[in-house]
Design a protein around this ligand. Structure first.
Ligand SMILES: Cc1cc2nc3c(=O)[nH]c(=O)nc-3n(C[C@H](O)[C@H](O)[C@H](O)COP(=O)(O)O)c2cc1C
Length: 481
């Protein structure tokens, strides 16, 4: 009896023999029909080459044929006749503009970002902790809701404005904190903040930013305290944390967001595999990538040095070593301490359930940002979308409740509000835009999400954010599983 290995070997031999005889047959036909050397070569390549070479050859033949056909059609038509049939679209000479104008949703921005950015940097943004279960579940949790629209509601006049912590926003969106944003594009934190301000929505600067508290304030001098927020990690070195709080207050940041889900660093497997360092190290792998994505490296190397700007002079470090900043012994007493030092608005950011939410309120916080860090910390942490309703019930109608983790579409924002959130915070959604086209890419992400949110409201039959929040539970229903 033949064994498994013998069977496989027999298959391989049969395939090779079949391929060789097909080539011989095709070559003989080509010769018999006087098709000459080029066609014979093409046939040989077709029958022998790998799939990608075959595809390339097919495409070249198809395009050549299409070009000849088009030439003959054009030759028989008058230009005047053609102009009636086709509308000439102006083509932008600006490559970034051209690239961004072909992106029609956040998934398009992600695709462009992936094409343009070196793999370790793209993975740093796109990746999450461990098996990346939470990041996928976050998106799915928003998509698990279906809309039950109101018919004929007269939605010609639409009010998308809302209030967050006393500031009026034209749309219920904020740009969330992200470390090392300048590694994604030299426009970095400043570009993202400028895009946010242009859209009238707040920007939250990260403790781990590549632009310092003072530098960002200098770059966006006119920004009101309501539009510039600071995110704090209560670092192992408490003096350092207290210093950050003071600097944020001195520089007119109006709201402090304390992230509580990072008591130890998340286990980001993609970063570990890629050996990511901040700033990127020059290894053999990096040199190969310089060749593959020269535009990215040119932009990075011609800008100012990349660093943890809020801790000037910090050593080069791997992502794993950032663990030293974090303190597993942070407790509620630290929140009390921060509350006593910070006179502005205070929010807590994390995957807070109803009990933790109540405790935060008792300590005098002004709001909560329900988040699992985009699945980058505790993999399998509950999706924040599923926390909105129970937490809203626990804290009552007036506490500010924001949500992030998984917002990729204006419809996700509508679901978040219908469930009881006041606004949605963007993470990867704007970072993909930044990687795809710098500041203009963040603008594009905000434009797309705003327009999706507007049309979702109209198709849903609501005319204002206030109405969406009030009647939310009548307007959405869980998808049948
Ligand atoms: C590249 C990257 C860096 C981040 N850095 C921080 C940070 O420094 N501080 C923080 O509180 N959250 C940070 N986050 C989490 C975001 O603020 C936000 O919670 C998360 O991105 C939301 O998930 P989503 O991107 O899937 O929507 C980061 C997220 C990403 C993608």
């Amino acid at each position: 009896m033949l064994g498994e290995v013998d069977l496989q070997a027999a298959d391989v031999a049969a395939e090779a023999a079949a391929s060789a005889s097909a080539t011989a047959l095709a070559t003989a036909w080509a010769r018999d029909w006087g098709l000459g050397l080029p066609v014979t070569t093409a046939i040989v390549v077709m029958t022998r080459a790998g799939t990608s070479v075959r595809c390339l050859l097919f495409r070249s033949i198809y395009y050549t044929w299409a070009a000849f056909r088009a030439r003959s059609i054009v030759a028989t038509m008058k230009v005047r006749d053609m102009r009636k049939l086709v509308q000439l679209r102006p083509v932008s000479l600006n490559a970034t503009e051209r690239r961004l104008s072909s992106c029609f949703d956040i998934a398009d921005l992600r695709r462009v970002a992936k094409r343009r950015i070196p793999r370790p940097v793209f993975d740093y943004v796109d990746g999450a902790a461990d098996e990346e279960i939470a990041v996928k579940a976050n998106e799915a949790a928003f998509r698990a809701w279906r809309f039950q629209p109101r018919a004929l509601a007269g939605v010609g006049t639409l009010d998308t404005t809302t209030q967050v912590l006393g500031s009026a926003l034209p749309v219920p969106l904020l740009l969330g904190p992200a470390g090392y944003t300048r590694m994604m594009h030299p426009d970095g934190e400043i570009g993202a903040a400028r895009a946010a301000l242009r859209h009238g929505v707040p920007y939250i600067l990260s403790t781990m930013a590549a632009t310092g508290i003072e530098e960002l304030r200098g770059a966006v001098g006119g920004a009101s305290p309501g539009s510039l927020w600071f995110q704090l990690y209560v670092t192992r070195d408490r003096e350092q944390a207290h210093d950050l709080v003071k600097r944020a207050a001195d520089n007119g940041y109006g709201t402090l967001v304390v992230t509580v889900d990072t008591v130890v660093a998340g286990n980001r497997v993609r970063d570990l595999r890629n050996g990511l360092t901040i700033p990127p190290s020059l290894t053999l792998g990096t040199v190969v990538q310089v060749g593959a994505k020269p535009g990215y490296w040119w932009r990075l190397l011609s800008g100012p040095a990349l660093d943890y700007a809020n801790f000037a002079g910090g050593p080069r470090t791997t992502i794993r070593q950032t663990a030293e900043f974090f303190d597993p012994d942070v407790t509620w007493a630290d929140i009390e301490d921060v509350r006593s030092r910070w006179a502005g608005k205070l929010l807590i950011k994390g995957p807070l359930g109803p009990a933790d939410a109540r405790r935060a309120v008792e300590l005098g916080v002004d709001g909560l940002l329900l988040s699992n860090h985009g699945g980058r910390q505790l993999d399998r942490a509950v999706a924040p979308a599923d926390l909105i309703a129970p937490v809203r019930e626990a804290v009552g109608p007036s506490l500010t409740l924001l949500v992030d983790s998984g917002i990729r579409h204006g419809a996700d924002v509508a679901v978040a509000l219908a469930l009881g959130a006041d606004a949605a915070v963007l993470g990867r959604a704007y970072l993909y835009g930044l990687m795809a086209g710098g500041t203009a890419g963040v603008d594009r992400a905000l434009d797309l999400l705003t327009s999706q949110f507007r049309s979702t409201m109209q198709l849903l039959g609501v005319t204002s954010v206030a109405e969406l929040r009030k009647r939310g539970r009548e307007l959405i229903t869980r998808a049948a599983s």
